[in-house]
Design a binder for this molecule. Structure first.
Ligand code: GDP
Ligand code: MG
Length: 370
């Protein structure tokens, strides 16, 4: 279960519901006692009250999460940052994603037909940036609820003629709960009623203060429609990436997250995944969620067949036995039998819990005090 009511949350935090509701208002969330709060909001709320809450996702013995990260510094290479764009409806997320995508068509891989694979990469100053173009707020929260941390950074788009709106605040909450750096893209500055300074002013309430006002939040004014300011935004993303030094070890079996999956009439189950660690190769056996597979073909965001994909690369793969879910962890195995066994065990466990509703994860399992 990925949410709790305000009342349940209050109990968890040992607070009165009225206190919680008041706190939510200060966070810009209007809620009643029976309203469901998502995990990000709950974590943020807990933070506001200074209570530590651990999100416990049930794990089995072969859980991917138990894999140890013991890479040596010298094994790590800089990887492209993975960026999500969030913001209020109609503030220009899709337009911005499309504009960024097309800035690059002439650059890197000329002639490639851009494919929708849930994410894409652009190159600027010989450095790559990976953009996720699927997660709306819900998908993003669902992924986080399942323990998948796929993004490094969030761009919050705010239309300069409309200002801070409820979903802007929600996006800020999500990004903060996930501990992600935020860049504010003040969009639609071409519009007559645009007032970028007002947006900055409004956002100070959420502790997003521009550098010129003594804060440390990066703001970029742009027009996604007229394609102005896009390079500034990309450069700022690279700057934040440089500061945070995102790294990964390319020399190990691949691990990542399913960002989208579907059943294709001709190709069978297709999964779009983000490789986060290691390198995935055609022929690799893997487990995605409960599904077993062996990479038959791999296509990148430019529609090209590729043989291998390193960290931060989004790819579309075929060769699965079933369709996994968005947010499912993905892991390659050297030993095909082991991969099959894990996929089998996981799907049996899932079937059992579906049969017996009482074995569902209880709230106590999901949210636990430290
Ligand atoms: P989303 O809901 O956040 O994905 O917003 P969209 O990208 O669908 O944009 C909503 C509307 O705003 C569309 O009609 C866009 O053409 C328009 N729009 C987006 N960016 C700009 C911009 O920079 N300037 C102007 N004038 N309109 C924009
Ligand atoms: Mg949209």
């Amino acid at each position: 279960r990925g949410s709790m009511t305000v009342g349940e949350t209050a109990k968890l935090l040992h607070k009165d519901a009225s206190e919680v509701i008041k706190k939510l208002i200060t966070m810009g969330v209007m809620a009643t006692i029976n309203q469901e709060l998502d995990i990000d909001t709950i974590l943020l709320l807990a933070g506001e009250f200074g209570v530590e809450v651990e999100v416990k996702i049930p794990v089995d013995e072969d859980s991917f999460e138990t894999v140890e990260e013991n890479d040596m510094d010298e094994e790590l290479i800089t990887r492209p940052p993975v960026v999500t764009i969030m913001g209020h409806v109609d503030h220009g997320k899709t337009t911005l994603l499309d504009a960024i995508r097309s800035t690059n068509v002439t650059g890197g891989e000329a002639g490639g037909i851009t494919q929708h694979i849930g994410a894409y990469q652009v190159e600027i100053n010989h450095k790559k940036i990976t953009f996720l173009d699927t997660p709306g707020h819900e998908a993003f929260t669902a992924m986080r609820a399942r323990g998948a941390q796929v993004t490094d950074m969030t761009i919050i788009v705010v239309a300069a003629d409309d200002g801070v709106m409820p979903q802007t605040v929600e996006a800020i909450s999500h990004a903060k709960a996930a501990g992600l750096p935020i860049i504010v893209a003040v969009n639609k500055i071409d519009k007559p009623g645009a007032d970028p300074d007002k947006v900055k002013q409004e956002l100070t309430k959420y502790e997003l203060v521009p550098e010129e006002w003594g804060g440390d939040t990066i703001f970029v004014n742009l027009s996604a429609k007229q394609r102005t300011g896009l390079e500034d935004l990309l450069e700022m993303i690279l700057l934040v990436a440089e500061v945070n030094e995102y790294k990964a070890n390319p020399d190990k079996r691949a691990r990542g997250t399913v960002i989208e999956a579907e059943l294709d009439k001709n190709r069978g189950p297709v999964a779009r995944i983000l490789v986060q660690h290691g390198t995935l190769r055609v022929g690799d056996a893997f487990v995605a969620g409960n599904c077993f597979g062996r990479v038959r073909a791999m296509v990148n965001d430019k529609g090209r067949k590729i043989k291998e994909a390193g960290p931060s690369t989004p790819v579309e793969i075929t060769g699965l036995t079933e369709v996994p879910q968005a947010g499912d962890p993905f892991m390659a195995f050297e030993d095909e039998r082991k991969a099959r066994a894990i996929a089998d065990r996981r799907s049996t466990t899932q079937r059992q819990s579906e049969l017996n509703i009482n074995t569902r994860v209880t709230l106590d399992d999901l949210f636990k005090h430290i």
